[in-house]
Design a protein around this ligand. Structure first.
Ligand SMILES: Cc1cc2nc3c(=O)[nH]c(=O)nc-3n(C[C@H](O)[C@H](O)[C@H](O)COP(=O)(O)OP(=O)(O)OC[C@H]3O[C@@H](n4cnc5c(N)ncnc54)[C@H](O)[C@@H]3O)c2cc1C
Length: 479
């Protein structure tokens, strides 16, 4: 580097939830902050999200909806649901700081309606502010910790899921707070390289913008927050081959650039094969049906979080899964809410259905017979589905071949960071380099619970920004 084109204290890469939270955290700690965003506007995958933010321990919304919760119960649930491989210190901080984090969001105007959505759904279709999102009240978690709903959803009407929903509302407020905090933004700029001092400390970044390259010096630090790598087929094939051929959920910006920039500076990565893998159906059809593998066997309680069923299907069943139901179940869900689902096979008997599905003879018959025998008494001794979803399947039967449909996926693995967002390499934290959000491996270490991505991105984004701002300002040095 011969010269810098601009200087800031903290340079944030990516203007999604993690980047915005880092910028707000850094500005609140007194730093001059610039956010670089490769798109023409803030938002990223965060603005497409359902907006569920995983918070608990007794938030005002939980209390107003009549739910009791504690940080201990939240921690016990998350430790069981997001493992294996949880980061104990990170989880402690997240659960203990959850009510304060709710207040931080609410104070900047993010609206949360104190109403509970009880219906099975991927995200509340209306403007309810609270729902279950991780199977807290289902087996085995209902035996591990007192259940409480913890997905807090920004209030919004006229949602268009996947395009403009609660995440959009969240980003509206985070972006506004950035403006109010004096954070500078550089849109249409893509960070293509980090610049290190001779001593290895990260000193700035190179940004490609409208065909030109700009070198921006960051006197306190760079925060990498440009999302995961689901839109980078080479990285997916290299690190998470079980996701190949599935549908990446997010934006083109999820090309893993932060992860690669961090690796280039010596950062370690963790759990790069972990991913949210949404099963391609709606919970209202899933809960009362039975999901079977290619041996005609059930493999999970279908009434748990549908993302958990998806992870079990992709990682343990090779995504070769079908949903077996009867006509009554199919008809119980209005056509408009079925996401276009139609039975792939239909038959008057289980034996016929089994043959249609090319399952081993007797396999599905044994599964349905065992399921029906106990469902008639409202129980499920194998996977402990809740009584309200146990009902014997009756002819005519049908099955939806889920292996023919894409699972919507986003990656959970990324850079190893301390709880203050410092990127960790072989000699410990790399001076001047921070990261947050899906560029890192965070609260959803392996198992995914809806709301832990935005929850983790905003909570630890704030911490990363604050920690960067608190670093001593480094004098310009030869780089
Ligand atoms: C349809 C949908 C629904 C979802 N629902 C939920 C939910 O309800 N709850 C939940 O917790 N999670 C949900 N998720 C997941 C969640 O939205 C993401 O995991 C999370 O938003 C990631 O946040 P982030 O800040 O790390 O990345 P992003 O929000 O993607 O932000 C990264 C930004 O960096 C920019 N960028 C990329 N590369 C560069 C570069 N080199 N230089 C500069 N800028 C760059 C990108 O353009 C992007 O704007 C959902 C995702 C989708 C798509």
């Amino acid at each position: 580097m011969r010269a810098w084109d601009a200087t800031t204290d903290v340079l944030v890469v990516g203007f999604g939830a993690a980047g915005a939270s880092a910028a707000i955290g850094a500005a609140a700690a007194g730093a001059e902050v610039t956010v670089v965003e490769r798109a023409g506007a803030p938002g990223g995958a965060s603005a497409m999200a359902g907006g569920e933010i995983y918070l608990g321990g007794g938030t005002p919304v939980q209390k107003a909806c009549g739910f009791e919760d504690t940080a201990e119960a939240m921690r016990a649930f998350l430790a069981a649901a997001t493992g294996p491989g949880i980061d104990e210190e990170r989880l402690d901080l997240y659960c203990e700081g959850s009510v304060e984090h709710f207040t931080w969001l609410a104070d900047m105007g993010v609206p949360f309606k104190a109403s509970f959505c009880a219906e099975p759904c991927w995200e509340p279709p209306g403007d309810d502010g609270l729902t279950y999102s991780g199977g807290e009240n289902t087996w085995p978690f209902n035996e591990i910790a007192p259940p409480a709903p913890r997905a807090h959803v920004p209030q919004m009407s006229g949602k268009k899921p996947g395009r403009r929903s609660g995440g959009w509302k969240l980003m509206e407020h985070l972006s506004a707070q950035c403006r109010e905090s004096g954070v500078a933004s550089m849109l249409d700029g893509r960070v293509v390289a980090l610049v290190s001092d001779a001593d290895g400390a990260v000193a700035g970044a190179v940004i490609r913008r409208f065909g030109e390259e700009l070198a921006v010096r960051a006197t306190k630090g760079v925060v990498l927050a440009s999302g995961g790598f689901g839109a980078n087929p080479d990285m997916v094939a290299l690190h998470a081959p079980q996701l190949c051929g599935q549908m990446p959920l997010g934006t083109d910006g999820d090309d893993g650039s932060s992860i690669r920039l961090g690796q280039g500076a010596g950062g370690f990565t963790r759990r790069m094969d972990a991913a949210q893998t949404a099963i391609p159906t709606v919970p209202a059809l899933l809960y009362p049906s039975i999901a079977v593998n290619r041996f005609g066997q059930r493999f999970i309680n279908e009434d748990t979080y549908a993302g958990r069923v998806g992870q079990a299907a992709v990682f343990h069943q090779g995504a070769k899964v079908a949903l077996v139901m009867d006509e009554a179940i199919f008809e119980s869900v209005p056509e408009a809410d079925r996401w276009g689902a139609r039975p792939t096979w239909a038959a008057g008997s289980v034996a016929e259905l089994e043959a249609e599905m090319s399952l081993p003879t007797g396999s599905l018959q044994a599964t349905v017979s065992l399921y029906n025998e106990h469902a008639a008494r409202g129980c499920d001794p194998v996977f402990h589905k809740r009584p309200e979803w146990c009902r014997p399947l009756r002819p005519p039967f049908g099955a939806i071949d889920l292996s023919a449909l894409p699972y919507a996926v986003f990656t959970l693995g990324g850079l190893v960071t301390t709880v203050d967002g410092e990127v960790v390499g072989s000699d410990g934290p790399i001076p001047g380099l921070f990261a947050a959000g899906r560029a890192t491996s965070g609260i959803p270490a392996w198992g995914y619970v809806s709301g832990t991505s935005l929850g983790d991105a905003t909570f630890f984004g704030r911490r990363a920004g604050r920690a960067a701002a608190r670093r001593e300002r480094r004098p310009a040095a030869r780089t």
